[in-house]
Design a protein around this ligand. Structure first.
Ligand code: GAL
Length: 442
C-alpha cells in the first residue's frame, strides 16, 4: 500500500493510528481549517452507497477532516449497501418524495444532479462557491456538470476513471497474455486463450440482473472503444442516433467479450468480483477505479506488483469519468451542519484525504507537485491521463443520461442478459433514446 494512503487511513483510525497526529494537522492546513470549529452543536446525516471496506475507509478519511474542523457536529453515516448505488438511489427517492431528506446525499455530476435540480430537490450553492473560491479552483469540466442557469448545485468530492481494465499480472503471465492489452483484437485474443486454458475466469463480472450496472459499465466502455469520444458523447445529446452500423459493431464486440465472462456467485457485488482478480481466480475486470480502494484497503495489494491497469483497449487517449458530489437538499434538517460538511468536501484537505484512499483524483483545476506525492502509482497515472486525455462522461455513473434514461438502458441490458440478442438490444437502446434524448442537457 502506498505510504500516503496508509497515512490517511491511520488518521481516520482505519489502520494503526501511530502516524495520525501530524497528518491531521497537515490535512487541515488549508483555508477552510477553522470552518465550523466554533459552530453550534449539530447532527449530520450523510447518505451514500459507500459500504465496501475501501469506500468506507475513504469516507472515514474525509470524516476525520470534517470532525477536526467541526468537533461539535455528530456525523451519522447513512450508507446503503449496494455498489453503483441502485438501492441507495431508490431509498433516497422515497425519502425525497416523503419530504424527509437526509442532511446531505451522494449524487453524481451531470444528468443525475440535473434530475435533482429539475425536481427542485436541492438548493443553489452559489454563495458557498463564491465564499470559498471554488468557481475558479475546481475543474471547469466538472463544474459545467453541476451548473444550471449559471448557478452551482452540489459539491464534487472526487473524479473517478471509468474506462479502466484491471488485471492480475501473475495470472496473465502464467497464461502468456499481456496484462495491458493495447487493442481490442489483442484483448479478444487474450480472452480466447484464457478461456481455452479452462482454469481461470477470463473476465470477471456478475451476470445477476440485480447487478446489471456492472455489465452496463462494460458495455459503455466498449461503445467508447468502437465509437471514440465524439460519437460516444453524441449518443446522449438531442437527436442521438443509436441505429448506426457503428453502434451495431460496438454491441457485437461487447457481446463477444461477454462470452468470456462466465459470471460469478449470484449477485456478487463489484467488490466481490474484484476479489476474484486480486486473489488470482480471474485475469481481468473492467470497472471504475474505486476497485483500487478495494485492492489496497480490503485485499492489501500493491499497485503494479499485485494488480495492473490500462485503458480499456481502444479507449486510450479518452478519460471516461464520473464525479461524486454532495448536496444541500431542500428541507435538510440541519442546514448549518450540511454547509459545514460541504465546506470540508470542497476543501483541498478534504478532497486529498478522500481521493487518495478512494482510488480517485481530486476534482480540482491544478494539483501541485507536493500534493501529487500523496497519490499512489495508479493515481499518478490517472492524474496524468486526466491532464492529457479527451474527457467524456459516463452513462452508468450519472454523467450523460438522466435517471429515467439510465433505467431504460438497464431494462435493455437485463433483457440482453436473458436472450443475448444484439439486434433486440440495439432496438431497445434506439427506443430509449427516442424517448429520452430530446430531454437531455448533455
Ligand atoms: C459509483 C460511484 C463510486 C463508487 C461505485 C461503486 O457509482 O461513483 O464512488 O461508489 O459506484 O459503489
Amino acid at each position: 500500500m502506498a505510504m500516503s494512503r496508509r497515512f490517511f487511513l491511520a488518521a481516520a483510525g482505519v489502520v494503526g493510528a501511530t502516524a495520525s497526529t501530524g497528518l491531521l494537522s497537515a490535512c487541515s492546513s488549508d483555508s477552510n481549517s477553522s470552518v465550523g470549529a466554533n459552530g453550534a452543536p449539530g447532527e449530520l446525516e450523510v447518505f451514500s452507497w459507500w459500504t465496501d471496506p475501501g469506500e468506507k475507509a475513504a469516507l472515514d478519511s474525509l470524516v476525520s477532516v470534517f470532525n477536526q474542523n467541526n468537533p461539535n457536529i455528530k456525523f451519522i453515516n447513512r450508507a446503503i449497501v449496494g455498489g453503483g448505488g441502485d438501492a441507495a438511489k431508490a431509498l433516497l427517492a422515497s425519502r425525497l418524495k416523503a419530504k424527509n431528506p437526509p442532511d446531505t446525499f451522494q449524487a453524481q455530476a451531470g444528468e443525475m444532479v440535473g434530475d435533482y435540480i429539475t425536481a427542485g430537490q436541492i438548493e443553489d450553492l452559489t454563495f458557498l462557491y463564491k465564499q470559498e473560491g471554488w468557481d475558479t479552483q475546481f475543474s471547469q469540466k466538472v463544474l459545467k456538470l453541476i451548473q444550471r442557469d449559471g448557478k452551482f448545485y452540489s459539491v464534487p468530492v472526487d473524479t473517478h476513471h471509468i474506462n479502466v481494465l484491471w488485471s492480475n499480472p501473475k495470472v496473465c503471465a502464467a497464461h502468456g497474455v499481456s496484462a495491458k492489452p493495447t487493442s481490442m483484437d489483442e484483448f479478444l485474443g487474450n480472452l480466447r486463450k484464457l478461456k481455452k486454458a479452462g482454469n481461470v475466469i477470463p473476465l470477471a463480472v456478475s451476470l445477476d440482473p440485480g447487478q446489471d450496472w456492472q455489465v452496463k459499465h462494460i458495455m459503455e466502455t466498449v461503445l467508447l472503444s468502437t465509437l471514440k469520444a465524439d460519437a460516444w458523447s453524441a449518443l446522449w445529446k438531442k437527436g442521438a442516433d443509436w441505429s448506426t452500423p457503428q453502434v451495431t459493431k460496438a454491441l457485437d464486440t461487447f457481446a463477444e467479450i461477454m462470452t468470456y465472462a462466465p459470471g460469478t456467485a449470484p449477485a456478487a457485488g463489484w467488490d466481490q468480483v474484484c476479489t476474484l482478480v486480486g486473489g488470482g481466480k480471474a485475469a481481468y475486470q473492467i470497472m471504475g477505479d474505486w476497485v483500487e480502494a478495494n485492492f489496497t484497503v480490503a485485499q492489501n495489494l500493491y499497485p503494479g506488483r499485485d494488480y495492473a491497469w490500462c485503458a480499456v483497449p481502444g479507449t486510450a487517449g479518452t478519460f471516461l469519468f464520473a464525479s461524486d458530489c454532495f448536496t444541500l437538499p431542500v428541507g435538510a434538517k440541519d442546514r448549518a451542519a450540511t454547509i459545514a460538511w460541504l465546506t470540508s468536501c470542497g476543501s483541498k484537505a478534504g478532497q486529498d484525504a478522500f481521493t487518495a484512499v478512494k482510488g480517485a483524483i481530486p476534482p480540482r483545476q491544478t494539483i501541485g507537485s507536493d500534493e501529487r506525492t500523496l497519490f499512489d502509482p495508479y493515481l499518478q497515472w490517472s492524474l496524468d491521463e486526466w491532464k492529457k486525455d479527451v474527457l467524456a462522461g459516463s452513462l452508468t455513473h450519472g454523467v450523460v443520461a438522466s435517471g429515467a434514461w439510465n433505467t431504460a438502458v438497464d431494462g435493455a441490458v437485463v433483457n440482453w442478459l436473458k436472450d443475448r440478442s444484439v439486434t433486440k438490444l440495439q432496438q431497445n437502446l434506439v427506443s430509449a433514446a427516442g424517448q429520452y434524448a430530446a430531454l437531455s442537457h448533455s
